[in-house]
Design a protein around this ligand. Sequence first.
Ligand SMILES: *Cc1c(COP(=O)(O)O)cnc(C)c1O
Length: 349
Amino acid sequence: MATGTLTIDLDAIAANWRALDRQSGAGVQTAAVVKADAYGLGVTRVARALANGGARRFFVAAAEEGAAVRQALGPGPQIAVLSGHMAGDTEMIHDLDLTPMLNSLEQITRHLESLPGHPFGVQLDTGMNRLGVELLEWQAVAPIIVDAGPELLMSHLACADEPDHAMNEMQLKVFHEMTDGTGLPRSLAATGGILLGARYHFDLTRPGIGLFGGRPYEAAIPALTLSLPVIQTREVSPGETVGYASAWVAERPSIIATLAAGYADGLPRTLSNRAQLWDGDIACPLVGRVSMDMITVDITDLPEIPRELDILGPNQPVDVLADIAGTIGYELLTALGPRYTRRYQERPA
Ligand SMILES: *Cc1c(COP(=O)(O)O)cnc(C)c1O
């Protein structure tokens, strides 16, 4: 095995979905966000595991991603497209029965004219200023659009991972202003919003990162292990250096292992000289620069030479590694490259 193995615990992901589902009342539905190939973990297997666990509604970023989810799940589950109804997507939206979340008057017009009667939702901008119909526009057209029967009115919180941030209450208030009295199903909360409490749950929640064990859902069951094979080991004398730019200098007689993954596999170069690799519970420092296809690790303190070491796992979950790299769990996960073998763990049904 010359490339790393990313082991994905589908039972843990399904259990995290059920736990987040239980955090809201009986009348609140819980969807699952599986954009970007299910945060880099492989949307076919992840979406199927979530559907088997009870999820009936899925969100993706683009219609093309919706095609992969429909292929995985077959007819039935709702697949909502966050980028809405883009020019050129009409046929795909129709043929694959996707539900666009319309973001602008232009998209609303396009959808109602090209696919009258086809399900849609509307995304409203409550202050994030990224996607969605704005307050004044909405006030002008709401009665007509509400009559057309959207399946969902939704918006997205900018600061939900900071419970005390004033934006949360402000966006909640604007969302009420824009949607109270419509009688339509509503959704405001992603993972962070679920944790803010019942006032944010409305009729549907949309967790993504929490399903995969990422912050801010600290209670998640860890779902990932990334193991990297040792290609070669060598002894290095005090004063010798390791890797590009000779960025690490041995201070003692050391054993250095070269592992098969680098920045081309989504290990940020900012991990150079900073992260730990794990042999079970024993930490081994990453030494020197991360290169394109390899990293080097000081394994001097291990009792024997391991076949592989873990860079993600219970001892170093994704957010810990992301902190070391100066990024966030979302970015680290979605950067995990195509060279890893993705191995799925699932109890037989
Ligand atoms: C990505 C996204 C989600 C999921 O967010 P998490 O923080 O991963 O739970 C929900 N809604 C929208 C609009 C999104 O873009």
